[in-house]
Design a protein around this ligand. Structure first.
Ligand code: TPP
Ligand code: SF4
Length: 301
């Protein structure tokens, strides 16, 4: 794994941009661009990243970016890739950077089409589990019992298993990552850059604004997601499945921290603990951790 000292010094995500304090999207984006070293055209649909990028005169990205309509990011990327090819440019990476709303829900059809067309691109879904930039509405990635402005008493459905939907398209490379492990993310983006064909990365990242936690807790919450087994780190190169080193030990349920440790730190789950503890709902989320592991392991191994 790359060491901190080996990370390129050049910054492509610029200081003083419009992201909230403690935004973990910026941590992930920063490391992705360090890996790509500027040879990239980024496609961004409507989301927090598009605000960071496009607010004049404070554009937050020092690379070429194409802002596109909310549902159209992957289709736009196919077009950009075709244009580069027509110009004889086979090296520049086309990378979509889209939120979970723009991927799980409104951009899913375009994503499916681009994967099926075998577009040579990298699609990144940064998953903060909510439509953040329009005020915290629930998305298809919002977990069971999480409170949002459209689910005041907690969401009544669990999230969509997007990774399995994407896997059914057989991308050449697929991975999950987490903003609390940025060097691991860096390595995965580097790897993606070397593989030709459709590639998909799914990054879990806490959002202080929407999840309602103190800004300094972002890294801790991301790590707790892995240590409770809630978020599984893995890669798939073709058919080869690799369980990530950060998740390996948590395959054993005995080694996992209780899900409560991940939940209680976040205001969006406060109704599970106040005014009185809701044991049944906490247990439901605990059981769902194992369900997710079973689905992933049964599907890929
Ligand atoms: C067709 C369409 N519907 C709705 C919107 C309004 N809109 C812009 S961004 C956004 C939320 C994006 O959520 P997500 O993709 O999860 O990214 P995040 O804001 O969390 O970064 C919405 C609903 C839009 N721009 N276009
Ligand atoms: S709402 Fe969340 S994801 Fe969006 S800029 Fe703020 S912290 Fe980042």
């Amino acid at each position: 794994m790359v060491t901190t000292k080996e990370l390129p010094l050049k910054e492509y995500v610029l200081k003083g941009n419009a992201a909230c304090a403690g935004c973990q999207d910026m941590v992930a984006l920063r490391h992705a661009h360090k890996a790509l070293e500027g040879d990239v055209i980024q496609v961004v649909p409507a989301c927090c990243t598009s605000v960071v990028q496009s607010l004049w005169p404070k554009s937050g990205l020092g690379i070429p970016v194409l802002n596109t309509a909310f549902p159209a990011a992957a289709a736009t990327a196919s077009g950009v890739k075709a244009a580069l090819k027509a110009k004889g440019n086979n090296h520049t990476q086309v990378m979509v950077w889209a939120g979970d709303g723009g991927t799980f829900d409104i951009g899913l059809q375009a994503l499916s089409g681009a994967l099926e067309r075998r577009t040579d691109f990298l699609y990144i879904c940064y998953n903060n589990q909510v439509y953040s930039n329009t005020g915290t509405q629930r998305s298809g990635a919002t977990p069971l019992h999480a409170q949002t402005t459209t689910t005041w008493y907690g969401k009544t459905e669990p999230e969509k298993m997007l990774d399995l939907i994407v896997a059914a398209h057989e991308p050449v490379y697929q991975f999950t990552a987490n903003s609390s492990y940025p060097r691991d993310l860096y390595d995965k983006i580097k790897k993606a850059q070397e593989i030709e064909g459709p590639k998909f990365g799914h990054i879990f990242l806490p959002c202080p604004q929407a999840w309602n936690y103190p800004v300094e807790k972002g890294v801790e919450i991301g790590k707790l997601a892995v240590e409770t087994g809630y978020w599984i780190m893995w890669e798939r190169v073709g058919d080869e499945f690799i369980l990530g080193k950060y998740s390996k030990r948590y395959q054993d349920p005995e080694k996992r921290k209780p899900i409560e440790e991940f939940l209680k730190i976040q205001g969006r789950f406060s109704r599970l603990f106040k005014p009185k503890r809701n044991e049944a709902k906490i247990q439901e989320l605990q059981d769902y951790v194992q369900h997710r592991w079973d689905l992933v392991m049964k599907t890929f191994t």
